[in-house]
Structure formats: C-alpha cells, structure tokens
Design a protein around this ligand. Structure first.
Ligand SMILES: [Zn+2]
Length: 556
C-alpha cells in the first residue's frame, strides 16, 4: 500500500516552533539548557496525540549531571516494529561573538534590523545573504534549532496520521557542543525504549546544517568523523640553565613531536575516497609556575585527531612511533651540540646518559603499581576522584586534570630519566559510516540517490552524498565495532575514564544502525553571522526528511 503523509503548510508550523525555540537561551554547558528541555516538554504536552498518550514522551535524566540536564524524547507509535529515529540537539554555542548584540542573538527579526545597520562591516557573502532576505540569521538558526524545528513539526504530522505504518522517535539532546553527555545518556534511553515498546531501529536521521562546496549542490552525510584528543606528556631532567648538558628540557622533545604531527599526513585516514582532515594541537604548556633559572620538569600538550576508520589503539601506535623518532632526533641534536661545545671550550667529552623512551599512560601506571602496590592504587584512586571533583566544579579543565594525574603517578616512579607518556583526554567520538556497516539492504544503499533524484525533480536541487560529516556530530554514537577493544584502550589510557567520563560502548555496538544527516543549508555556524537558508528550512529539507522517513518505514 502506497501511503503519504500530508505535510502541506508545514512551513508555517516550522516557523511557529522555531521562533520561540530560538528565543530560549540554551547555551551549552550552562543552566540555560534546562530552558530548552522545558520548551520541548511543553511542545509535546500541547499535541493532542501526546495528551492522550502520556507514556509516549518524557525526559530522561543524564545520570550524575552537575547541571541536572535531561534528554527529551517522544515516540509516535504506529503499526509494526520498524522505527526511525530523528535526532537533534537543543544546546547552542555561546554568543561572545555578538558583542553588544548579545540580547538580539536569539531574536532573528531584531537581529536582522541591527545587522543591516552594520552591513558594511560584514563579510561580502554574509552581507549579500542578509540583504537578499533569503536567510534567517541568529544563534541556533542553523546549528541546529532550524533542523530541530523541522523534526518537531514532522513528528506532530506523524502523530495526526490515523493509521501510521512504523514508529518515529524524536530525541532532543543537550551538551552536543560540549562533551555530548546528552547523546551518551541517550544510548541507554534508546535501548530502554526499544525494549519497552518492542521497537526495531532501522535508521537514524540527524538534521545538523550542511555546508556546500558548490552552491547548487546540497549534501547528505552517511556518517560522521571520529575524534580523539591524545595527550603527550614529556618528562625532562631538571637542571640549572648554566648546566644545560646535565639536564634534559622536556620542551625540546615535546616541540619536536608537535612539529612532526601538526597537520601531518601520518594520521591520514582514507575511506571511500574521503580523507579525514589532518590533526592539530589544541593545548600546549609546561608545568612551570614561577620564573627561576631551572628548566621545566615536565610539559604536556593535546592533539586533536580526526578519524574515518582508525581506532584509539591504531592512533596511539602512530603517535608512539612519531614520538620515538622525535626523541631520537632531539638526543642526536643535543649530542652534536655537546660535542661542539666541548671541542670549542677544551672540555672532556663525557657520554650523555639520554635514551629515547616513549610509554603509554597504562604502562606508567603499571610501573608505579610494581614499586608501590596497593598503596599506590589507593592513593591514585583518591587523587583521581579529587581531580574529577575539580573538573566538575569548573576549577580545572579535562586537559589540566589529565596532566595533574600523570604528574601524580610520577611521585611513585623510581626511574626518573626523561620520557614521553601518551594517552587520551575526553571526549572520544567514534567514527561512523554506513559504508562500514555489514549487510546493508538495497533500500539503505540507494537512499541518498533516491532522495537526490526526488529533490532534483521537484526543486531542481541536486544533493551529493558524503560518507563522513566532518563537523563532528552526535551521529558518532549510532554505530560501533570492536567495542570491547576500544573500552580496554580507553579505560587504560584515558586517565579520567570511568571517573567523570565514560561512553556506553557496548550499548552503541548493540544499537549499531545506519544514519544520515539531512539538514538545511547553513553558513557561519558558531559566528555572529550564523544563518540558515529559508527555502531549505521551510520547504525542501522537511520534504526531503519526510521522504527519507517514509522510505525507511516502507511507505513510499
Ligand atoms: Zn550542531
């Protein structure tokens, strides 16, 4: 039976949802996110279907969350088990960029008036888009209450269908722009709902905005890049600046590693003709607190690495090899310099004691345990708890707390020769792509082509398919392979794992389902000129997303 869902006039619904949704200030990692939750529950409460079926929507509290946030969900139950998930996040990034226009960031009409006044100061493309009237400006318009409003409007339409085939779950999350606490909690929620309502998940759709390489071509993403934050801790050997050859400056080896890894192709991950953007360093500093004439004892940095198929173990191996090469090269340089120094000053050339040494955080822990046993374990546990509490209280960040723990472990290490220690800092985003899923049905495989053809015929608008959304998204938590192996790596080499950060890895592997991002065309996310294309927002994207949902629920 061919069946369609009437989405006529949905543009008005979307607008009516979006304006108040935008007006709710739900800046990420603030108490404001709770306002987003209140808005959503209010919205569900106002729909007759949910008034009659109160058990079909609710909030799922994020366990142990300092801000008391929750994931909001609603399910339209139709015939059969097949279920499609619509996912979006309700947090938005801060509005520092808006300077004196903070208050207008969440009110597109007023913001527009104000932007027109300073149009001359905007980038040419932003100015042109502003004056064309074809774009809606404001924080969250593109990223991603625009896509969220489309999903909310569609859900209401599905709830009004008398004989709907399949089920649709809408999940709206906080904290996407931060540590994805919302999505990590949503994994448990999805498993719970699946069991409670006897659902079978067939597909997940996210509606983050897409960016275009070509103006005429939209983008459908069948996956999302993975992201890891690796740390490199360099331990030196302290010496007075007048006796440099008696010491080992950790900055020398750390900076060599930075030079060799920053935007380095060594981590290049290629899948289906797509490549992950190369890595970049997000943090770098020594542990010196005051000026004196000694070298710093240790230094550390964090490098963000995007992946398409690599897992944490593989990344750590690459980083280990580069670190070892860097260490060797630094020692070689020191020896050369030392030899020139001795020759020119008539000193006797003594052999220098330095040897390259690179270990993982796990190996460092084992070493400490070997010399101090349970005394160390107990002390470390309590220190880890203390570090976690400090992070929760906002006193230190995740990177600082990781280094604090490495420094602490060093109190129990007897071999104090220079070394490099490697590990991970939260958060971790697994890479995900339909291309890597096994046993895909023809319908799944053809979905993006079918959607592109549909849109081309109806709107003269083409869509390209990519296998990875490079903007980092919560789709990362929709599929996983080798969860056991990844868990082992993270629990051993991510100092804070299990204390204040964890990922339901087995749950994600259990859920593993295909996913696609279908969102409106947006520009300048996170900036003052964030905007979304109105034609996509009100017409094309809801039509396309509706089509995709109905295809996957076998209604087209
Ligand atoms: Zn987003």
């Amino acid at each position: 039976m061919n069946k369609t869902v009437n989405i006529e006039g949905i543009d008005k619904d979307i607008k009516a949802i979006l304006m108040p949704y935008l007006a709710v200030n739900s800046e990420t990692a603030t108490r404001g996110e709770r306002n987003g939750e209140a808005f959503l529950l209010d919205y569900f409460n106002g729909i007759p279907y949910f008034q009659e079926n109160k058990e079909y929507f609710g909030r799922h509290a994020i366990p142990d969350d300092a801000l008391g946030r929750a994931v909001c969900w609603a399910v339209v139950k139709g015939r059969g088990d097949d279920t499609v998930i619509l996912l979006h996040h309700y947090d938005v990034v801060g509005v520092e960029d808006f300077k004196t226009m903070h208050d207008l960031a969440f009110q597109p009409d007023l913001l527009k008036q104000e932007l027109v006044q300073i149009a001359g100061e905007l980038q040419p493309e932003a100015r042109e888009d502003l004056l064309s009237g074809e774009y809606l400006f404001g924080r969250g318009t593109a990223d991603m209450k625009g896509g969220g409003a489309i999903q909310l409007a569609l859900l209401k339409r599905y709830s009004e269908e008398a004989d709907f085939k399949g089920n649709v779950i809408l999940i709206s999350l906080p904290d996407e722009e931060n540590l994805s606490a919302g999505m990590r909690a949503a994994v448990d929620l999805l498993i719970e709902l699946k069991n409670r309502f006897g659902l079978k998940y067939v597909y997940a759709f996210n509606s983050e905005p897409h960016q275009r390489k070509e103006k005429r071509k939209g983008l459908l993403s069948e996956g999302s890049v993975g992201k890891m934050l690796a740390f490199v801790y360099a331990r030196g050997f302290l010496s007075h600046v007048g006796k440099v050859f008696e010491g080992f400056n950790p900055l020398s080896v750390l900076s060599e590693i930075v030079t060799r890894t920053e935007i380095s192709p060594s981590f290049l991950d290629i899948v289906g003709g797509e490549a992950a953007p190369p890595p970049t360093w997000l943090y770098l500093r020594d542990n010196k607190e005051n000026y004196d004439v000694s070298m710093p004892l240790s230094a550390g940095g964090c490098i963000s690495i995007l992946t398409l198929d690599s897992n944490p173990t593989e990344i750590l191996n690459v980083l280990k090899q580069i670190s070892l090469d860097s260490f060797e090269s630094v020692i070689r340089r020191i020896k050369e310099s030392y030899s020139i120094f001795c020759n020119s000053s008539g000193r006797k050339l003594e052999p220098l004691p330095w040897n390259p040494s690179v270990i993982t955080f796990d190996e460092l822990l084992k070493e400490a345990y070997q010399s101090h046993g349970e005394i160390f374990t107990a002390a470390y546990r309590s220190k880890m708890h203390e570090a976690g509490q400090k992070v929760k209280a906002g006193e230190i960040n995740l990177m600082e707390s990781s280094f604090l723990l490495v420094d602490f472990v060093y109190n129990y290490i007897s071999d104090l020769s220079p070394r490099v220690v490697l590990g991970f800092v939260p958060p971790y985003y697994p890479n995900v792509s339909n291309l890597l899923l096994k046993d895909r049905s023809e319908r799944e495989k053809n979905l993006s082509t079918e959607l592109s053809d549909y849109c081309n015929q109806k709107y003269g608008q083409e869509y390209e398919r990519e296998y990875y959304y490079t903007g980092i998204s919560d789709m990362s938590y929709f599929a996983l392979k080798d969860s056991g192996k990844i868990k082992e790596e993270l629990s051993h080499n991510m100092p804070l794992y299990g204390e204040i950060y964890s990922i339901p890895l087995e749950g994600i592997e259990e859920l593993s389902m295909p996913c696609m991002n279908i969102g409106p065309w947006g520009k300048d996310f996170h900036k003052l000129t964030e905007r979304v294309c109105k034609l996509d927002l009100y017409e094309r994207t809801p039509d396309l997303l509706n089509r995709a949902v109905l295809i996957m629920l076998d209604q087209k």
